[in-house]
Design a protein around this ligand. Structure first.
Ligand code: ZN
Length: 285
């Protein structure tokens, strides 16, 4: 009544306002019932979704959370494998301080197998039995298959293409797994803080991260150097976008100021112009 507008006289005389609807004073069994629309999810589906959420929160991967560098992670796992081999085969002990290429490759394969086993257990199980992945799998569009090391790789129609095996059939990785983000950050830094397109192109020479563009964007956003460069080129410097700012280019007593345009870009290919005009002005102007 209040929300629809009512005069005070009507409100004072209103029994509905004072006592509520008449059926509210009757027995509960006589109350009018209103059909509740059925939900489109079954109870099993709702419980399954709840279980997935709790798994992500309660069981993170502590192995990857401890490292902030892909190379460090690879080295640590490689030395762990060497320790096991030294303890197992005492005649072939290796005490070198540097890991070989084969040891690093073995560590990388073991890490990827661990990640795939954690994130794609059903798909891995079906592929090991010789079946294709289910129609609900996120890998269904990739025609995945298992390679000799037991890793899930991208299938497709490039089997006869004259390109390396890793480029034709990349290793599948979950998009936002900590291991994938470490790998993306490693390539982003290796390419001198490259952009999304270049980082993803280089990563896809060997790996196929699901939701690749979003994952690379997330990795770049967490890059300290890139975030710092973006801030420096933005509002905090107080640079005017109308005219080039006056910049002091010498610390000598008789200083010179010149107009300068400096562009910060994390992408080494799309190089932005950096120019300093030759016209000099006196100090204080
Ligand atoms: Zn960066």
């Amino acid at each position: 009544m209040i929300s629809r507008g009512v005069f005070v006289e009507e409100l004072i005389r209103s029994e509905l306002w004072k006592h509520g609807p008449p059926w509210l004073r009757e027995d509960k069994s006589t109350w009018p019932s209103q059909g509740i629309p059925e939900t489109k999810f079954s109870v099993e589906e709702l419980e399954l979704k709840k279980k997935c959420d709790s798994e992500q929160i309660l069981h993170p991967d502590p192995l990857f959370e401890r490292f902030s560098s892909y190379q460090t992670l690879l080295n640590v796992v490689g030395f762990c494998f060497r320790f096991c081999n030294n303890a197992r085969y005492k005649q072939r002990r290796n005490f070198s301080s540097v890991l070989s290429v084969a040891e690093l490759q073995h560590a990388k394969t073991a890490l990827v197998r661990f990640v795939q086993d954690k994130r794609f257990p059903d798909d891995l199980h079906r592929l090991k039995k010789g079946f294709i992945v289910s129609s609900k799998s996120p890998l269904r569009l990739l025609s995945p298959f298992l390679d000799a090391d037991g890793l899930i790789r991208v299938g497709g129609r490039l089997r006869l293409a004259d390109t390396p095996y890793d480029v034709k059939h990349q290793i599948v990785l979950p998009g936002f797994h900590p291991f994938t983000l470490l790998l993306l950050k490693f390539h982003h830094r290796k390419l001198v803080h490259s952009g999304i397109q270049m980082t993803l192109a280089v990563v896809r020479d060997e790996f196929w991260p699901l939701n690749g563009r979003k994952a690379v964007r997330s990795a770049i956003r967490s890059c300290y150097e890139c975030s710092r460069a973006i801030v420096l080129s933005g509002d905090e410097t107080g640079l005017s976008i109308c005219t080039p700012p006056m910049v002091q280019i010498s610390s000598a007593r008789k200083m010179h100021c010149t107009r300068c345009i400096k562009c910060f870009s994390p992408d080494p290919i799309a190089t932005k112009s950096t120019s300093i005009s030759p016209k000099k002005t006196s100090s204080g102007t």
